[in-house]
Write a protein that binds this ligand. Structure first.
Ligand SMILES: C[S@@+](CC[C@H](N)C(=O)[O-])C[C@H]1O[C@@H](n2cnc3c(N)ncnc32)[C@H](O)[C@@H]1O
Length: 545
């Protein structure tokens, strides 16, 4: 959990500035259409104003810039004074408020340049939170509290752009996949004729783990022109910044249809890979996860360190009657089977493999040592944590049940299911999965490991600067699984391979030979899916393929 009081002032105003070479590149591109008005919605100390000044476009008449921070606005104003050829106005005010209030009389800017602030909704004050919600309502877009300031910034900037105008902006790379940006993706797909995303391999903003992309978009001229869709151009160093942005934009291959609906990750695939993927999706033996299994979140304790403990703690406080086997981290479950042998090994290794479930046993009925353990928790203030204080007694964790299959929320290479042979509990770092009666849990666990399913996880999941892939239940439900019946001991073999540290690519290749061959996929097709998975995995981990 992140708390506002732990964040720096720079982070709270989203004050990470753009390098001049990036600003020059985007500026060159928007100036190609000779705009007479440029909007910079959050100008910081004015790097884009600097780039405009250098280019000295003669047609430019007006530059309108906003900056909420007074000291930064002053610095930007000093730069703006040198922009003698255009009337430049730097407003030390909130862009969202201004842009929302003026939606009925839009600026009709010929171009937008900038790098909107990345500020979580939860960090904004009440007035800004309310305003953000109103922006979504005005655009008839679904609102969620997971949103971030950069989303309404882009929505409003594009709304103030004239038909045929261009926007060249730096945005978080999560634009491609986070659920809360779905409203924005839908809006851009509707209102823009072409959207190019330049996707750098490196992290460009030091001091933040946030991956960024360059978004170059062209607003549609009217309903009669159908959008060309989106294109993503991967780049792996800054050399392209010295080249002609217009050439990159006009030579990109744009795709529409399914690619622009939902997440935009599909645009990272080649046409051939997308065709193959669509073919496999429609195979009768390939199922959406939601058709064959049900996913539930894990147990929420409110204080994992207190409820998940090693054997040492259990014996010190004589907690044996309330200790139940559990796993919740990848070091607990290295393979695809969690059995009693694994559990014993975890206990011996001193891992927190016990879940303490006191149910609603009254405090007075507990033995003295157990009472002492609970008092220790209270002395540490655990009973007043939100999740704990809303239940009685606070140490009675609700919704405690096991499921035949578990799945860790996060993974580095590909997600895997874990057959829960030890009937162990799992906490909120893992999901609990029930399988349809006609399918055996081991069948699902085995079939889940293959390049096609791994690729569907890259397309449906989300990741942040650190690279770890995370899937929430609604994303898991959309994964696709080719169901096969594994031969006897095939699951044990797979489990052994993964535990031994066999590389992810080797494990998937071994599985593909069994699972994807059974679907009728040829070796080149299997390799093509494996290569697409690997490319997306490496992109996420920022590793050169
Ligand atoms: C990521 S920085 C980018 C600054 C500059 N455009 C650049 O590219 O270097 C975002 C800027 O937005 C400003 N900002 C944050 N909220 C704002 C708001 N509601 N209206 C205007 N500016 C805002 C921050 O103070 C910060 O300077």
């Amino acid at each position: 959990m992140n708390f506002i009081q732990h964040e720096s002032a720079t982070k709270l105003r989203g004050g990470y500035y753009t390098d001049i070479d990036i600003a020059r590149f985007l500026t060159r591109w928007v100036l190609e259409i000779l705009p007479t008005t440029i909007l910079e919605p959050s100008c910081g100390d004015g790097v884009f104003l600097e780039a405009i000044k250098e280019a000295a476009p003669r047609e430019l008449k007006t530059v309108k810039a906003f900056e909420i921070n007074e000291a930064e606005a002053r610095k930007a104003a000093a730069k703006a004074r040198r922009l003698t050829f255009a009337e430049t106005e730097i407003r030390n005010t909130d862009f969202i408020e201004w842009a929302f209030r003026n939606l009925a009389q839009p600026l009709n800017a010929g171009a937008v340049l900038g790098n909107p602030p990345f500020i979580r909704y939860q960090y904004l004050d009440d007035a800004h939170q309310l305003l953000m919600q109103k922006v979504f309502e005005k655009f008839h877009l679904p609102f969620t509290k997971h949103t971030n300031a950069w989303v309404p910034f882009i929505l409003l900037s594009v709304a103030h752009l004239q038909a045929g105008g261009r926007a060249g902006v730096v945005v978080p790379s999560e634009l491609l996949h986070v659920l809360h940006a779905q409203s924005l993706r839908g809006y851009l797909a509707e209102t823009c004729s072409r959207i190019l995303i330049i996707d750098p391999e490196e992290l460009w903003f030091t001091g933040t783990l946030q991956g960024t992309v360059l978004l170059l978009l062209e607003k549609s001229r009217g309903l009669e022109i159908k959008g060309h869709g989106i294109a993503i151009k991967p780049v792996n160093n800054r050399a392209f910044l010295a080249t002609d942005p217009g050439k990159i934009f006009s030579s990109a291959k744009y795709t529409n249809g399914k690619v622009v609906k939902g997440k935009w990750m599909r645009a990272l695939l080649t046409d051939k890979e997308r065709d193959l993927l669509n073919e496999v999706y429609s195979h009768p033996d390939v199922h959406a996860f939601a058709e064959i299994a049900k996913v539930d979140v894990g147990i929420v304790t409110g204080a994992n360190k207190f409820f998940l403990v090693a054997d040492e703690v259990v014996s010190e406080y004589r907690l044996e009657p309330w200790a139940h086997p559990m796993f919740g981290r990848s070091e607990h479950a290295r393979g695809v089977i969690y059995d009693l042998k694994t559990h014993e090994a975890n206990r011996k290794a001193g891992l927190p493999a016990n879940f303490l479930w006191f149910k609603n046993t009254p405090f007075s009925s507990l033995p003295t040592r157990a009472q002492q353990y609970i008092k220790n928790g209270e002395a540490a203030g655990l009973h007043s944590r939100y999740k704990c204080r809303i239940r009685t007694p606070w140490y009675n964790v609700p919704s405690v049940f096991t499921a035949p299959v578990g799945m860790l929320k996060r993974c580095h290479d590909f997600p895997r299911l874990i057959l829960n042979e030890a009937n162990a509990l799992t906490t909120d770092t893992a999901y609990r999965i029930e399988v349809q009666p006609r399918i055996k849990p081991e069948q699902l666990v085995f079939s889940f490991v293959n390049s096609f399913t791994a690729l569907s996880a890259e397309l449906e999941g989300r990741h942040y600067g650190g690279g770890v892939l995370e899937l929430v239940p609604s994303e898991i439900e959309r994964l696709r699984i080719p169901l096969v019946k594994p031969k006897a001991s095939a699951l044990e073999k797979l489990d052994g391979k993964i535990r031994k540290g066999t590389t992810a690519a080797e494990v998937l290749a071994m599985q593909d030979e069994v699972i994807l061959s059974e679907l009728g996929l040829t070796k080149p097709d299997r390799c093509s899916l494996a290569a697409a998975w690997k490319r997306l995995r490496d992109r996420r981990n920022r590793v050169r393929s």
